[in-house]
Design a binder for this molecule. Structure first.
Ligand SMILES: *Cc1c(COP(=O)(O)O)cnc(C)c1O
Length: 464
């Protein structure tokens, strides 16, 4: 058969569609015709290139439907975070509690009093739904909330330091995850950084000497993802607050992780709270909503009422403001902080951070047979002690004892570990672990007990 004859044997779109009433109803005429046309185009190309292809109507329909199904699958999907990093920026940081998820659904579905004061019938303030909660929990006079902490820092500097200078310690010129760097955020917010002190040591006099008539404020940045050890010195917050006060300058602390809970009492590595930063004399504190606070992505500025009022008047504020779904979720999460006895049980971030190593180990042991069965005989599987990280704004040196399933290839070949990691990422709910010393480690800290069955069941689908 020559090429022309083969082209003529290809079915028409109409002929293909005639047998597909259910598929037309499911995908709609437009999408289905487009997918069938694509299949026919591909077949024509194959025929022209002399490649043999299945041109039966059944095969064309099948391929078109597969393409449609693949294309309509969501790309943003749940995964199992078994990296051992509780607040993993690449995996979406904090898991929200059911109260917050429900509130998101409710405001998303219909009209709400987002910016409408029900008492007066007049225009309201969207931040009224969270501001008083933030003040109640942190002791701040006033607060505002924006898209994330990067936005909070940008907005504070742009409002209070535009065209002026801000001294920051050389030991605190932080980079967070590549795209947020204090010096770059400062220049984009329109102020000039004045570096003070040395990388390892900064003294109060360094700040004092940097202050002149261009200085807008004093700022301290929490070094959330590194620690300088050895011969070090930094200026305590109360001392900087006094110095700022002497010069009538606002004192701003970028706290990064917005911890609102007493970590020591929870048996966690000590982490400064927003309330402490304010009590230490900060006029403004900026922090994230989706780090230790355990809420949705947001940035919060809390502190002096006159400064917050100025920030709210900044035209940039509108560009950085929160949407109704985030505000609804944030309000619910903040509400949980009113009940400290239930907080750890109800707030996923604190619940995961405080899981006991012995519980995680018991969970690992109960899962071990299922995992061993799915991976035998190519892989050796064992339960091992490991260390989880808090992630996103807590020192990487602060780790939490945990337990992992360690999966090592019988071959001892690193490429087998990488292949296994890839297969796990291809599961319906991808499993993300950590490769360490020739093995794949699945830290079970973030596998909540009720997820365990779903996790184990899909391992049966694993093809190695
Ligand atoms: C995480 C962090 C930021 C950025 O916060 P996002 O909410 O991720 O925008 C800024 N400053 C510090 C000190 C941080 O730890």
């Amino acid at each position: 058969m020559n090429v022309q004859q083969q082209f003529r044997r290809l079915p028409s779109i109409d002929a293909l569609l005639a047998n597909m009433p259910e598929e037309v109803a499911r995908w709609g005429h437009t999408q289905l015709v487009e997918a069938l046309r694509q299949q026919l185009d591909q077949l024509r190309e194959a025929i022209a290139a002399g490649i043999s292809a299945d041109i039966s109507s059944e095969s064309i329909r099948q391929s078109a439907l597969e393409t449609l199904a693949a294309r309509s699958r969501a790309t943003l999907i749940p995964v199992f975070n078994l990296t051992g990093t509780v607040l993993h920026t690449n995996l979406g940081r904090a898991n929200l509690p059911p109260e917050a998820i429900e509130a998101i659904g409710t405001v998303a579905a219909g009209a709400s009093n987002l910016e409408f004061d029900l008492a007066s019938g007049k225009r309201g303030d969207r931040e009224s739904h969270v501001e008083s909660l933030i003040c109640e929990i942190t002791g701040a006079e006033a607060a505002t909330a924006v898209n994330n902490n990067a936005a909070a820092v940008l907005l504070v500097l742009n409002t209070l330091a535009l065209g002026r200078t801000v001294p920051v310690s050389r030991g605190e010129l932080v980079e967070i995850g590549g795209s947020f760097r204090i010096p770059e955020v400062m220049s984009r917010s329109g102020c000039s950084l004045v570096e003070v002190g040395a990388t390892n040591r900064t003294h109060l006099d360094d700040y004092r000497h940097a202050i002149d008539n261009t200085t807008a404020l004093l700022m301290k940045v929490h070094t959330s993802n590194y620690e300088i050890q050895g011969f070090t010195a930094s200026v305590a917050e109360p001392d900087l607050a006094v110095l700022a006060n002497e010069h009538d300058l606002p004192f701003v602390i970028d706290l990064g992780s917005g911890n609102l809970a007493d970590f020591k009492a929870l048996g966690l590595p000590d982490e400064p709270t927003v309330a402490q930063a304010l009590a230490n004399g900060a006029d403004l504190v900026t922090f994230s909503g989706d780090k230790l606070l355990g809420g949705p992505q947001a940035g919060i500025v809390a502190g002096r009422a006159d400064l917050i009022a100025a920030i709210k008047r900044n035209p940039l504020k509108r560009a950085l403001r929160l949407d109704k779904m985030t505000l609804a979720a944030l309000a619910e999460v903040l509400t949980l902080y009113r009940d400290p006895e239930q907080l750890v049980r109800k707030l996923p971030t604190l619940r995961l951070l405080t899981r006991r190593a012995s519980d995680i180990q018991a969970q690992a042991k109960s899962l071990l047979p299922d995992i061993a069965r799915a991976l035998a005989p190519k892989f050796q599987v064992s339960v091992e002690d490991c260390l989880s990280q808090i992630g996103s704004g807590s020192l990487p040196v602060d780790t939490l004892p945990s337990a992992a399933i360690r999966i090592a290839p019988e071959s001892g070949d690193d490429s087998d570990v990488r292949k296994l990691a890839q297969r796990l990422r291809e599961l319906p709910v991808p499993v993300i672990g950590r490769i360490h010393k020739g093995a794949l480690w699945l830290d079970l800290r973030c596998l909540e007990p009720e997820q365990q069955t779903g996790f184990a069941d899909q391992l049966a689908d694993l093809t190695l």
